[in-house]
Design a protein around this ligand. Structure first.
Ligand code: SF4
Length: 105
């Protein structure tokens, strides 16, 4: 989430953020107020080439606010409660990265 994503305590900005579909977009879109729809943000995420890494980043950094990797705050809480779902997201993020490097087909 390039311009949008780095609202975390992360010490460094992951290189994949440079390719985020949300780069340069209004961060407010990804931080809807309570009761507002997050559908527009999720639609951007759906076409993002780094969606899975973004999702894992937010989950592994316990990001509490906003839409990351197509998941809302509530959805991330649900995923975090399930070790198997966390493992799945982590593995898929790794595959996304490997695919980008051309390591897998
Ligand atoms: S998945 Fe969504 S929030 Fe994350 S980098 Fe892509 S567009 Fe931004």
């Amino acid at each position: 989430m390039a311009a949008v994503i780095p609202r975390t305590g992360a010490e460094t900005t992951p290189e994949w953020m440079a390719r985020a579909a949300c780069a340069g977009m209004d961060p407010e879109l990804f931080h809807p107020d309570r009761g507002e729809s997050s559908d527009e943000a999720k639609a951007v995420c759906a076409g993002c080439p780094v969606q899975l890494r973004c999702r894992w980043f937010a989950l592994s950094h316990l990001e509490k606010f906003g839409v990351w990797g197509g998941l809302s705050e509530r959805q991330r809480r649900q995923v975090r409660r399930s070790p198997s779902r966390m493992d799945t997201v982590r593995i898929l993020a790794g595959l996304e990265e490997a695919r980008e490097r051309g390591a897998v087909g």
